[in-house]
Design a binder for this molecule. Structure first.
Ligand SMILES: Cc1cc2nc3c(=O)[nH]c(=O)nc-3n(C[C@H](O)[C@H](O)[C@H](O)COP(=O)(O)OP(=O)(O)OC[C@H]3O[C@@H](n4cnc5c(N)ncnc54)[C@H](O)[C@@H]3O)c2cc1C
Length: 402
């Protein structure tokens, strides 16, 4: 696709390419290539974040006033695209993409001053305390309670599926501060210091055997009033703002296209047993081409959203389309990778992480070893961040007015 970048954007693109060529170490690149989970492990994420922050780029989605580089949407897209092509680790978005924008949009001056630099430096590592055992799709039915006692809240309840809570020292959390007629009312947005005995994190192992998510128990957790973001009862509005950033906010097509390109290269080198390669197999190539077309269409859609953002138009329910399509492409892509690796693709290496000094020799190849863990991991893509059915409901209501 001809991106039609301006000369300034092309200069910027060369800057990013030069930065990646210089700073992206083979270790970081390999660790990313050997990560089957949504987020890379904390050490890799923070290592990469530190290098970016030295250049002032860690908060690349943030405005200058908040400590980011203040890039245009097109620059952000170029950055994500070049990172995907170079195989850079993904940044863990819980602080940079979710907590940060909430704080610089709704926070007090003191909250901005305290939290934003610590998110950028990686000193604060965040997790998201939204879902509960009985409140996922129906998030407003959450029962975690925060009772105001003088200058602080006392929080009781539990959170479920909390990604990277075992690494986090801070959690942004939705808690009920008041009983109201509508369940969406009376919810507040609290920032909880995880480093207190009242917070317990228990691992929940996923289908692939990864420790990525947790259950978090809050038993009289102490939260100073100054760690509430927004007014008491404003939590639902803030929660929705954050979810919009979670489902959209940055572009997914670049990484999908980069992975499809790698799959095509792999297929080109794999004999099909009939004197050709996998690319000569119509059943394989048809699926690959369909995914490539879908990813290019997603790219065009994301670029259109970016140009609207440039004009100050927020994407709203359109991020649900992005969420739906990304989950669909990822799941089909990961299944096709398993197919491409044949019997080697069926191996499930339970040792984690797959990179670093302790990693054993891969069975077949690194890509083959990753195929099954990635396939199993990506099953969750149609659940987290709001399930596929919920996204369809939002599209029907908000975009199609059904
Ligand atoms: C790997 C992973 C990581 C996650 N990380 C986090 C995290 O860090 N922080 C966090 O807060 N949460 C996290 N979640 C939770 C995630 O947001 C919820 O799992 C999700 O919102 C679905 O909620 P639920 O699991 O309670 O399922 P339910 O809401 O019980 O849904 C069960 C099924 O019913 C369907 N359904 C429910 N309501 C409707 C409806 N109205 N119309 C049609 N169908 C419906 C759903 O689509 C789903 O198929 C994570 C989940 C996973 C799997």
């Amino acid at each position: 696709m001809d991106m039609g970048f301006s000369d300034t954007d092309k200069t910027f693109q060369r800057d990013v390419q030069a930065f990646l060529a210089q700073q992206l170490t083979p270790y970081l690149r390999e660790a990313m290539a050997r990560t089957p989970t949504v987020f890379v492990e904390q050490d890799i994420a923070l290592g990469w974040q530190a290098l970016l922050q030295e250049r002032g780029w860690a908060g690349y989605l943030w405005p200058e006033s908040a400590g980011g580089p203040g890039w245009t949407p097109v620059q952000r897209y170029i950055f994500e695209r070049e990172c995907a092509i170079a195989g850079a680790p993904g940044l863990v978005g819980l602080g940079l993409k979710l907590a940060g924008p909430v704080i610089y949009t709704y926070g007090t001056a003191a909250q901005k001053e305290h939290f934003l630099p610590r998110i950028l430096s990686g000193e604060h590592y965040w997790c998201q305390g939204y879902s509960e055992a009985g409140a996922g799709s129906d998030l407003a039915s959450l029962t975690t309670r925060a009772e105001l006692r003088g200058d602080h809240y006392v929080v009781n309840g539990s959170k479920m599926w909390t990604t990277h809570a075992h690494f986090a020292n801070w959690m942004f959390c939705l808690a009920r501060t008041q009983e109201m007629d509508r369940p969406q009312q009376g919810i507040s947005f609290l920032l909880i210091d995880m480093d207190q005995p009242a917070v317990e994190v228990r691992p929940v192992l996923t289908l692939a055997g990864d420790h990525e998510v947790n259950a978090v128990f809050l038993d009289d957790a102490h939260v100073p009033v100054e760690n509430r973001v927004g007014a008491e009862g404003q939590g639902w509005e803030i929660a929705k703002f954050l979810l919009e950033n979670e489902r959209g906010g940055s572009c997914f097509a670049p990484i999908l296209l980069a992975q499809l390109r790698r799959l095509r290269e792999l297929a080109q080198g794999r004999p099909d047993g009939l004197g050709g390669t996998l690319l000569d197999q119509p059943s394989f190539v048809q699926k690959l081409c369909a995914l490539e077309v879908q990813a290019l269409a997603l790219e065009a859609f994301e670029l259109r959203l970016l140009s609207q953002l440039d004009k100050g138009i927020r994407p709203g329910g359109k991020t649900s389309i992005v969420k739906l399509v990304v989950a669909d492409i990822r799941q089909k892509l990961d299944l096709l990778k398993v197919d491409a690796h044949a019997h080697h693709g069926l191996a499930l290496e339970t040792h984690r992480p797959l990179y670093g000094r302790d990693a054993g020799d891969p069975v077949g190849s690194i890509e083959a070893e990753l195929a099954m863990p990635m396939y199993l991991n990506s099953r969750a893509r149609s659940i987290f961040g709001g399930s596929t059915e919920i996204q369809r409901g939002i599209i029907a209501k908000q975009l199609l007015n059904l």
